[in-house]
Design a protein around this ligand. Sequence first.
Ligand code: CUA
Length: 343
Amino acid sequence: MLDILGQTIPTCLCLLLANVSVYAESPAQTTNIFRPDSTPAQVISDYTVLVLAICAVIFAVVAGLLLYTTIRYRRRRADDGLEPPQIYGSNQLELAWTVVPILIVLVLSLVTVRTIADVQNAVPPPNSLRATVVGHQWWWEIRYPELGIVTANELHVPVSDATQRKPTFLTLESADVAHSFWVPLLAGKTDLIPNRQNRMWIEPTKPGTYAGNCAEYCGTQHAHMLIRVIVHPPGDFERWVTEQRKPRTEDATVQAGRNLFFANSCISCHTINGTTAQGKFGPDLTHLMSRETIGSGVALNTPEKLRAWVKDPQALKKGSLMPNMQLTDEQLDHVVSYLLTLK
Ligand code: CUA
């Protein structure tokens, strides 16, 4: 669930470790929580800065007083054998160290409740986009029920601005175990729990590619469960939607690869719209080549990497649930040329 205070440090470490893979090869943005580019992330960041500032003041006062007392009242030569004056009770002191913390806790509680309410109770404006994100071991299924689009590992959304707000409201589900959706520049993290629907929203204010990662340990390849959010400039999202909804035209020159794809068990797990491939276990491949990465961010989606992936998914992503189909080099070439036509 929304976990504002506890989210920062442990998951930052996870993200740092996970970033070594495909982010090193591509220009995806950082995951700095102090550089929010979306309304909920901004609200959480403002809150974090306030809490850190209050804690810094408390630390400075306590550490300052401690240092002052240690030096000012240190043991001196003339004190030898003498007990310092013993003082019992002080109403002013006790009142001060009771009332001041109560006031601080009260302020923190009110700001916390306010921040959580701002993030959780947001009402979708009429123009908002809706998408469903389903966590799988170890990739993300992304559905746009109102647009009839299914894709994987890349969430495409329009940019939002103050004059024309276009936030995206997400429904989060899981196909297997608990995962957590976290794109630090866009929003706080929210878990994807089996047999349950969670909700969150993002409202990016700058076009670009935003990097994120699964933030709940979900098995061997948890660290390679990367997500990209592609925020389109005004008008460009509609172009992407049109591309994704275009009916497919079969390319006769790749018939051999197509036959192999349909003869092997690829179709038990993958969907290609307009064909008999309607598997749901793996990512939808209808527009495979429109995606930047394969294996949920484990490699860039180039013909060479795609070939390496089909040849032996375990070599690129150990533990991946896609089996090695034991294809010969010639068969591989055919299957890959067919996959390359899935634009
Ligand atoms: Cu999915 Cu960690």
